[in-house]
Design a protein around this ligand. Structure first.
Ligand SMILES: [Zn+2]
Length: 199
């Protein structure tokens, strides 16, 4: 299975042996979601991801710090009743959309508060190949130039050059709490935020 260009995957942890590790780039995930949606067959397979990204969209950690963060996140889901299929990290050459999959259903403009068609957003993402030199775009509602990371997404998305993602994690509490986010931030050396995605 080939890695997407510009993606450098160094460390992989998996505790769920029942499933083969799968390619987890955002592009691959969305392509697979589209195939499932277009197949006309009701799919019973869906995947949830916790995606941890630096607060600054351009910031990247050292490879050692990235590996330490992956190991830490894998441990969070290693209790007797916990599971996670796959935890890994990705470095992106350019600022890349960290989407929330089908969780995001509404986008509103940060300038005029008008509704923005999801199609407009996904067309833009498709054109750009999900990566950006700068996030400015002309909003379809009011024509203002807005940064994509300032639009309001009903389910947050992010933009980053690095992520740690946990595939199909299960435990009593799902997402990371404030202390765990602070621990990941300390390991990476930069504040982090989490994007909860579902495909
Ligand atoms: Zn607007």
């Amino acid at each position: 299975m080939a890695c997407a260009a510009g993606v450098d995957r160094l460390t992989t942890y998996g505790t769920g042996s029942a499933h083969a590790p799968s390619v987890s780039t955002a592009a691959a995930r969305r392509a697979s979601a589209r195939r499932a949606a277009g197949s006309g067959i009701l799919s019973t397979v869906s995947d949830g991801y916790i995606r941890l990204i630096p607060a600054d969209p351009t910031w990247q950690p050292t490879p050692e710090a990235a590996a330490a963060a992956v190991a830490y996140v894998a441990r969070l889901f290693s209790g007797p009743t916990d599971d996670v299929e796959h935890v890994d990290h990705e470095f992106y050459d350019r600022v890349t959309l960290i989407d929330a999959g089908e969780n995001t259903t509404r986008i509103t403009c940060s300038r005029c508060e008008g509704d923005i068609d999801l199609e407009w957003f996904y067309d833009l993402i498709e054109e750009s190949g999900e990566s950006f030199d700068n996030l400015d775009a002309r909003a379809p509602c009011c024509g203002a130039v807005v940064s994509l990371d300032t639009l309001r997404y009903d389910w947050p998305v992010g933009f980053a050059r690095f992520e740690v993602s946990a595939m199909n994690p299960t435990r009593a509490k799902y997402e990371l709490d404030a202390q765990e986010l602070a621990d990941v931030a300390a390991l990476l050396g930069h504040p982090v935020t989490q994007i909860l995605a579902h495909y």
